[in-house]
Design a protein around this ligand. Structure first.
Ligand SMILES: CC(C)(COP(=O)(O)OP(=O)(O)OC[C@H]1O[C@@H](n2cnc3c(N)ncnc32)[C@H](O)[C@@H]1OP(=O)(O)O)[C@@H](O)C(=O)NCCC(=O)NCCS
Length: 438
């Protein structure tokens, strides 16, 4: 299978590559991604490929909402007509002339996007779901036609998404009376992501990601992004700074867990970032431990399915759906982008001892420290609950517990009596490990 890259070269995709992508189908299906496309990306040679990437996301059942910018087009028209613009990116006061050019270029950029989706047979809709209000006077400066978001009609956006449409939003919006304002597209994208409960907010821009001086940040925890903004602001390009700020705004909401800043001029940037283990831009993600949570009754079916598969490989002991349902409050899950990628159970086995059981990390995510984090989490939980010992039994992952998680191998007879009897009866001959908690 071939796909095209700019400049006429071609890339061969092996049929086996599809397996990798298929891993993500259940992971992302039904989720919403907000893609913010800078005006410079709409204008670049790679734009048609960006649209192809979005078409792939749609074909995987991912809902996509698009917000576009107009900075480059405004700058170009300003230079062409020799007009000094009062604002380029929707952060400064917007005078009447700048507003009028912004309206014109915005309509052109929107049409370019709509036309490009049409070439992929994808239905998109330009909406007036955003209501603006004036920025007003800040520190004594009248921001004139600069607007801020007053309200977004998320119901309408959700309805469009449920029909398989891509809502496309421009950085122009009107107030109740129909007065037009220029708004900042990064901020609009962040607010749309929060309101739609999008799991990802993706900025496509003209840089390789978040560059701090000459260094590219690849994966940045939310807290680090916040401190970077405070301590190293002068080293960050102002355009990228705006994206980091808006990413932080979205990640502080409950649902959005990842924001990506990618070079929209790079071939297959979206697919590489989302589907390859090593992405191509910067990912800012919300705090690790927020992702490990107590399992809910509705998590039981997926835990059952995953644990059944793992039991087939003789990693885990088979547990029936009923057993998992009845013990669901002993499980913790690791959630990424709205999907469960790992789970573990913390069982009381009496005599002041607990057992770390049923630890499973989905194969695609193994080797990325998820297992270690789950173990650390359970050790903390068990300690907090007052247990003195934490046991773990394993047939195939003994080195993981002994060498990586620093559990000590002990004789099975060290288990509390009842658990030892069950151990003997099982005939699995698992190795037994323990961590002293105090
Ligand atoms: C065992 C398991 C939970 C580890 O999860 P994981 O997310 O892959 O582990 P991590 O990425 O945190 O591993 C960190 C380190 O442990 C090592 N490791 C993981 N599994 C290992 C194993 N079975 N043997 C030896 N080392 C192992 C990794 O190579 C990695 O080493 P590194 O830091 O030198 O690169 C996971 O492989 C799994 O779900 N296996 C199937 C189910 C299972 O066996 N569960 C345990 C029984 S309760």
């Amino acid at each position: 299978m071939e796909s095209f890259v700019p400049h006429g070269a071609s890339v061969t995709i092996k049929a086996s590559d599809l397996r990798g992508i298929l891993e993500y189908v259940p992971l992302y299906r039904g989720q919403t991604f907000v893609v913010a496309i800078d005006g410079s990306v709409v204008a670049c040679d790679n734009f048609a490929n960006v649209i192809t990437d979005i078409a792939v996301l749609r074909s995987l059942g991912i809902n996509v909402a698009v917000v576009h910018g107009i900075g480059k087009q405004l700058k170009d028209v300003g230079a062409e007509k020799n007009i000094e613009l009062s604002d380029i990116y929707g952060n400064n006061p917007v005078d009447d002339r700048t507003l009028s050019i912004a309206r014109e270029v915005s309509a052109t950029v929107l049409q370019t996007i709509i036309d490009a989706f049409a070439t992929k047979n994808i239905r998109c809709v330009s909406t007036n779901a955003v209501r603006a209000t004036e920025v007003g006077i800040l520190s004594g400066v009248d921001y004139l036609n600069a607007g801020r978001i007053e309200k977004i009609d998320f119901k309408t956006l959700e309805n469009l998404l449920s029909l398989g449409m891509i809502p496309v939003m421009t950085p122009m919006a009107v107030n109740r009376e129909g007065r037009v304002f220029r708004i900042n597209s990064d901020l609009l994208a962040a607010d749309v992501a929060v309101g739609l409960g999008a799991t990802k907010l993706i900025f496509l821009t003209a840089t390789r990601g978040l560059m701090v001086g000459d260094e590219k940040a690849v994966a940045v925890p939310l807290e680090d992004a916040k401190s970077l903004m405070e301590s190293r602001r002068e080293l960050i390009d102002p355009r990228v700074f705006s994206k980091v700020k808006c990413a932080v705004r979205a990640l502080e909401s409950t649902k959005t867990q990842r924001a990506h800043i990618l070079d929209g001029g790079e071939f297959a940037c979206l697919l590489t970032e989302l589907f390859e283990k090593v992405g191509c831009g910067t990912m800012i993600y919300s705090d690790e431990y927020q992702k490990i949570r107590k399992a809910l009754p509705e998590d039981a079916p997926i835990i059952y399915t995953l644990s059944k598969n793992s039991a087939r490989e003789q990693n885990l002991v088979y547990r029936s759906r009923e057993e998992i349902e009845s013990k669901i409050d002993t499980y913790f899950v690791y959630e990424m982008d709205g999907s469960i990628i790992a789970f573990v159970s913390l069982l009381d086995i009496s005599d002041g001892a607990a057992e770390l059981a049923s630890l499973h990390v989905q194969p695609f995510y193994q080797g990325h420290d998820v297992g270690t984090r789950m173990v650390d989490f359970v050790v903390r939980e068990a300690g907090r609950a007052g247990y003195k010992k934490l046991f773990a039994l394993s047939t195939k992952s003994a080195p993981f517990f002994a060498e990586v998680c620093k559990f000590t191998e002990v004789s099975p007879s060290s288990l509390p009596k009842k658990r030892f009897e069950k151990y003997e009866a099982s005939g699995r001959h698992s190795k037994v490990f323990v961590r002293e908690l105090r």
